[in-house]
Unconditional design. Sequence first.
Length: 295
Amino acid sequence: MARIIAGLGSPHAPAVGAAVDRNDEESPYWKPLFDGYKPMREWLARERPDVIILFTNDHFTSFFLDFIPTFAIAVAGRHEIADEGWGKRPLPEVPGHTDLAAHLAQQLVDSGFDMAVCHRLPLDHGSLSPLSALMPHVKQWPVCVVPILVNVLHFPIPSAARCFQLGRAIRRAVARYEDDLKVAVLGTGGLSHQLAGERFGLINPAWDAEFLDRLENDPESLAALSHRELIERGGTEGVEVIMWLCMRGALSVRVRRVHRNYYHATLTGYAQVIFEDTENLPRADDPAARLIPPP
Ligand code: DHB
Ligand code: FE
């Protein structure tokens, strides 16, 4: 049986990927962010998930105004590196997991999420900034990636509640996959930022801190928020946090936070988290573990 072992959260701004490519991790500007990736790199090297289910969005790279699926899943065996206008980044193509992705697509449609199914989906900074920051300068990616695309750019976009429920449906679908896979879910984007309009440059660290607290301990209260409420607090592009709710919805009710970092730079509040699943990886010292029957 496949099982979700943890949820990770990472920013996805293009500047993060550019800093990886320039080896700029130790500069005063970037160090507070990349210090936050170190525990995540160690965690990935130690836990070695087989698959990352990646909650991400396209930024008018593979989809444009003529076609914007609300939710999509990429089932290809390999995902190309997109050219976002200044040439492809020097990254190897990202391995997919067609069998798991096709299973998820079927299960999600069966449970009421009518996903667009993509047999080719070049990935942009929404996916590649986090992947390259988590696994820098690899010749081959050590993990397969199943991208789940969420429209966060062009209204109508899915509600926070619907994104949280998508996460829950993915949790059920993963548990029904027969092969013994270790799966991590990764939410990307955010936190607060606004890249256009009167409030250009908005960052709200107080809201970002509250969001992270509630994401860990009371995610359903976040799932109840409207887009307007999310945008008032976190900026227009800050609505990307609905992809973090997809991630959180895929986890156990209680999670074990093993990492949290926050830094805000010029345009964006950057957060990183690792929440370990408490149902699938019980520890002897966790009182919740006693509630879980042995396999
Ligand atoms: C930028 C782009 C993004 O997609 C994002 O989520 C944050 C920042 C940018 O262009 O700076
Ligand atoms: Fe973005």
